[in-house]
Design a protein around this ligand. Structure first.
Ligand SMILES: [Zn+2]
Length: 309
């Protein structure tokens, strides 16, 4: 955890060894947003004024020292569309489909997609999350990077594995040399899913069952039960305690790790931020815990520009 300029963010120790690289996983600490998105909201959400997000972004980029960088972002849709980002002569960004392209409706500056790759200095790749897993990849040899938005739909369609494949195809990356950082996301403790999600993973992955943990079903009226215990005393005959049925909980980190390993990464090159966004709403935004109106964190990675002059 790094704090600077009134903000706090997470860095990955294996990435911090490279002086030509910068990266961060933001937390909600600092920032000017209020209400449900209170704190450092870095994505434009309806619950928060645009000016607040602009101010938060300015603070975040100032604290990181990336003010002159071009911010690369996508309209995230839980897809597997991946883009190579290049900086044009006049500094504007070009997004080139780098495998699994999507048809793009004209008239919007940002393409629809969920992973970005580049090897150009001064380009800051970003993903916005509030439970989904932000995954950053680094090829220290080729000096190439990737940022991936990995929610359950994305990993179901192997977005993490495809991003590694894109780095191989575009930069000639050797997966054995790649480093991965998995940022804060919702963990199995809080990520109850339906049986259809289990079925979808088991249909697509031989080890699908290993991605799930059995845990007790979350009871939305648990707090009501706790406040009014006497109402529930006579619900069952004596000696017959009801137990809530166990429900499957998805372990997104396990899925992402499995994809990284099957793409050829060494397990020891994968670092995981040990935080659950839904457990730690003091530090992070959680869509599951706080609802639609919550804010967004940002995972960013960029190759440093040579200082000018
Ligand atoms: Zn949790």
């Amino acid at each position: 955890m790094v704090s600077r300029g009134g903000l706090e963010w997470l860095e990955c120790t294996s990435f911090s060894r490279f002086p030509w690289l910068l990266h961060a996983f933001s937390t909600r600490r600092g920032g000017v947003s209020e209400g449900r998105a209170a704190g450092l909201t870095l994505g434009f959400v309806t619950a928060d004024a645009r000016a607040n997000v602009e101010e938060n972004r300015q603070r975040f980029f100032a604290a990181l020292g990336t003010e002159g960088y071009s911010l690369a972002a996508l309209r995230q849709r839980h897809s597997t569309h991946i883009y190579l980002v290049m900086r044009g002569a006049s500094g504007q960004l070009e997004y080139r489909p780098a495998g699994f392209p999507a048809p793009q409706p004209p008239g919007h500056p940002l393409p629809v997609g969920d992973a970005l790759v580049t090897d150009q200095p001064g380009v800051l790749l970003s993903v916005r999350t509030a439970d989904c897993l932000p995954v950053l990849l680094l090829d220290p040899r080729r000096r190439a990077i990737a940022a991936i938005h990995a929610g359950w739909r994305g990993v179901l369609h192997r977005v993490v594995e495809k991003a590694v494949g894109t780095m191989r195809a575009v930069f000639g990356s050797d997966p054995h040399q790649l480093l991965a950082a998995l940022g804060p996301g919702i963990r199995a403790c809080c990520y109850e899913v339906g049986e259809e999600v289990v079925a979808a993973f088991c249909a697509r992955f031989a080890q699908g069952e290993t991605f799930f943990r059995e845990a007790l079903r979350e009871n939305p009226s648990a707090s009501f039960t706790a406040r009014h215990p006497q109402l529930f005393l006579s619900g069952q005959p004596p000696g017959h305690l009801t137990r809530p049925a166990p429900a499957p909980h998805l372990d997104l980190v396990a899925v992402a790790e499995a994809q990284l390993c099957s793409a050829g990464l060494r397990p020891s090159n994968i670092q995981v931020a040990d935080f659950c966004t839904a457990c730690r709403t003091d530090l992070f935004f959680s869509h599951r815990r706080e609802g639609k109106g919550t804010g967004r964190m940002m995972g960013v990675i960029g190759i440093r520009q040579e200082p000018r002059g």
